[in-house]
Write a protein that binds this ligand. Structure first.
Ligand SMILES: [Zn+2]
Length: 306
């Protein structure tokens, strides 16, 4: 089932009301009501598979809103509500807030839980970029316009169109760092860094470094953006010194599925515009949100994804 537009807005509003109502009832009714909620939560955990989750739109919206309001029964919330003895994360002994579970648990990190979500999002971004490359190939004018230059004159540089980077070359090589496979082409620059996506056009000597960031928490988007840009600044400048047109394009997605301005910008610069951009952003948002929900549902269980 696919819910869009009006229907989705209606569900969101309904869910906001339900959450507010729930918070009110929790205070009034206390233990019993809260107990029902956590039992429901367990029932979902038993039933749901990763494939099922893609279809469970209303659960998804419920998760999203509860995540935003931070009213999910995290260990720390349960403790605050007097429903649990301990506020500890089920994986480590630290305080189990939602932020901790979704983004900063060292054991979850070590087990590859965040890497798994990162790869889900990366795959989606790579698909959008790949579709953009194909589109650009088709829509590129088949004949090159020939600029005549008089002897002794400098050719005027080609006017930059708003068509984006992808239409500026016929063939792009798309490298994606899934399962740690990416090696930065060392004829361009030597580096130990492993960006998420590298787009190379040998004929026009361009290299675009696209970075996917499933950022910890929507609050730290900006900080994360700057950290990544400065980490890759050296590589970009090494490429430029070697005669390549190089650029770093961070694409940020918050772990509750909020796409940052950086992503919109990156898609625009690449030339993924209009409906294709909207589709790319929607699928990126979807996958980040669903993967976070999966991490939430599996918070106390052994991790089996690779
Ligand atoms: Zn933990």
């Amino acid at each position: 089932m696919d819910i869009r537009g009006k229907e989705r807005r209606r569900l969101v509003q309904e869910e906001v009301r339900a959450v507010v109502e729930e918070m009110r009832t929790c205070k009034a009714v206390g233990m019993k009501q809260q107990g029902a909620w956590t039992r429901w939560e367990n029932a979902v955990e038993r039933k749901v598979t990763w494939a099922d989750l893609w279809k469970a739109e209303s659960h998804r919206i419920q998760f999203l809103i509860q995540a935003v309001y931070d009213v999910l029964p995290s260990p720390s919330n349960l403790h605050t509500w007097d429903k649990a003895e301990s506020s500890a994360c089920p994986l480590c002994s630290k305080r189990g807030t939602l932020e901790h579970i979704l983004s900063s648990c060292a054991r979850a990190l070590g087990e590859g839980r965040y890497r798994w979500r990162h790869d889900q999002v990366l795959k989606t971004i790579a698909e959008a970029v790949s579709a953009g490359v194909e589109w650009a190939k088709r829509s590129r004018p088949s004949k090159q316009t020939i600029a005549f230059v008089r002897a002794g004159e400098q050719p005027t540089p080609a006017k930059r169109t708003s068509a984006g980077i992808l239409t500026s070359a016929r063939a792009w090589q798309l490298l994606v760092d899934l399962e740690g496979q990416l090696k930065f082409p060392n004829h361009i620059a030597a580096t130990t860094l492993r960006p998420d996506i590298v787009l190379v056009s040998e004929s026009t000597k361009q290299v675009q470094v696209v970075l996917e960031m499933t950022v910890p928490w929507e609050d730290s988007l900006e900080e994360d953006f700057e950290r990544k840009l400065s980490k890759y600044a050296g590589l970009v400048s090494n490429c430029q010194q070697a005669g390549w047109r190089a650029r770093c394009l961070p694409v940020q997605v918050g772990c509750r599925g909020f796409v940052a301005r950086s992503s919109v910008r990156a898609f625009r610069i690449l030339g993924i515009e209009g409906e294709r951009k909207r589709r790319a952003i929607r699928s990126t948002t979807d996958v980040a949100e669903r993967a976070s929900r999966w991490l939430w549902l599996k918070r106390g269980e052994p991790w089996s994804h690779k």
